[in-house]
Design a protein around this ligand. Structure first.
Ligand SMILES: Cc1cc2nc3c(=O)[nH]c(=O)nc-3n(C[C@H](O)[C@H](O)[C@H](O)COP(=O)(O)OP(=O)(O)OC[C@H]3O[C@@H](n4cnc5c(N)ncnc54)[C@H](O)[C@@H]3O)c2cc1C
Length: 385
């Protein structure tokens, strides 16, 4: 086991960091505040091979793994450009299709996901099921030549920039009881698909939507993999989601810590820079330690996932996501505190990070559901719900 990142990965970090700096937080924030998108950066990252770094070479990807893709998202976040759709498009959707899709599905979708010209959203959350995915009711009915899909989803990110959405439903013959999910690729412009933006109190260029599926007719080949093994397929996609959500949170935390540290080194209101006061220095030092711990867990989760150990990766990915969400919340809050009044200004751009960091405690899986997982699966405690 090595704690030293390979030269290749260090080079990837550096190159992605340079790309991120070319755009930077001011640009990203401007897109968010004006209803703009991050398409320019997204496409450039795709063209340079960063978005598809985890996807098979045969389909236009880089042939790497989640460890590589998480580096890309983390470093873009450090530069102030956390691209939320990376948590979804190349990671969950790309992974599920690459691992379980047919050759035709791989040919059709992976090259575009890899170079960024195709974006695929992911829809599992439902208004009446929430954290309890076993209760989802989006149902696929067999038709003569394929499927008819009906249901409702909420908080689906990026439907306005996506060409398709990977929908988690269940087949009619598995309508109730324990979730036996079936995964469908649904073009967002298919008849019967409608979506409506949910006004969020988040300053982000990535928007969330309510998705309505009303008798959406799909060809047989819209189903990804087998309807019988889909729970395993779903988990294979959710581990990358958690690994990438950790990278998203850690990127934001490092960005906030960087801004706070730079500020307290310069700002002087007594005889020394305010960073000399332990009231500010210690919380920042604690955050640095917690950040490094969360990153180690992220790297472990990614390494386990890339080695093919889905089960161990599941536990590590949950723990990494927990730790990353917690440190992101602490780092952004302490950044605001460190900057005093400037912490609340648009110019310094730290208060605007708080809600994004806060969301990483809720999505894609909440802090409480991770604690439930660890209590039950890691500690063997009884289930209370
Ligand atoms: C910015 C953002 C982007 C998102 N993007 C997507 C997306 O692209 N695709 C998608 O499918 N979803 C997306 N989501 C949805 C997200 O995954 C859900 O919000 C999340 O899983 C929580 O579900 P919920 O909101 O229904 O909360 P609920 O399930 O209603 O939970 C509310 C609270 O109760 C707690 N709780 C619930 N059950 C228990 C229990 N048994 N024990 C202890 N506590 C419990 C939860 O932890 C939470 O704190 C997004 C959400 C946000 C905020």
């Amino acid at each position: 086991m090595s704690f030293v990142e390979s030269e290749e990965r260090q080079a990837l970090r550096k190159a992605v960091g340079e790309l991120g700096k070319k755009y930077g937080y001011d640009w990203f924030n401007q897109q968010a505040r004006t209803g703009g998108h991050t398409t320019e950066l997204w496409l450039e990252a795709g063209k340079l091979g960063y978005l598809g770094v985890n996807l098979p070479e045969q389909y236009g990807g880089g042939g790497g793994g989640m460890a590589d893709l998480s580096i890309v998202l983390e470093e873009l976040g450090v530069a102030g450009c956390p691209l939320l759709m990376m948590v979804v498009s190349p990671s969950i959707c790309g992974t599920v299709i690459a691992r379980f899709g047919t050759d035709e599905q791989k040919q059709r979708w992976l090259p575009g996901l890899a170079d960024g010209t195709t974006i695929m959203a992911f829809a599992i959350t439902e208004p009446d099921a929430g954290s309890n995915s076993h209760q989802i009711t989006t149902t696929a009915r067999r038709t003569e030549d394929g499927w008819s899909l009906s249901g409702r989803k909420v908080f689906i990110s990026g439907l306005d920039v996506a060409q398709a959405v990977l929908v988690v439903g269940r087949t009619e013959d598995a309508k109730t009881g324990k979730l036996k999910p079936a995964l469908f690729i649904v073009p967002v412009d298919a008849p019967g698909v409608e979506y409506q933006q949910i006004e969020m109190d988040l300053i982000s260029p990535d928007k969330q939507f309510a998705l309505f599926l009303d008798d959406v007719r799909l060809p047989g080949e819209a189903l990804v993999g087998s309807e019988d093994a889909a729970l395993m397929q779903l988990f294979a996609g959710l581990n990358p989601e958690r690994i990438m959500a950790s990278a998203f949170a850690i990127g934001i935390a490092r960005h906030a810590l960087g801004k706070a540290t730079a500020y307290v080194k310069e700002r002087q209101v007594w005889k020394t820079p305010i960073g000399a006061h332990q009231g500010l220095a210690h919380p920042l030092a604690q955050i640095k330690i917690e950040l490094e711990l969360a990153r180690l867990m992220l790297q472990k989760a990614a390494a386990l996932y890339d080695s093919g150990d889905d089960l161990a990766a599941g536990e590590a990915a949950n723990m990494a996501k927990y730790a990353a969400g917690e440190v992101a919340v602490r780092a952004t809050d302490q950044a605001v505190q460190s900057l005093g009044g400037n912490g609340m200004t648009k110019e310094y751009g730290v208060a605007s990070l708080v809600a994004a960091a806060r969301a990483t405690r809720i999505a894609p899986v909440s802090r409480e559901m991770i604690l439930n997982f660890v209590a039950q699966h890691s500690l063997g405690l009884p289930k209370s719900y």
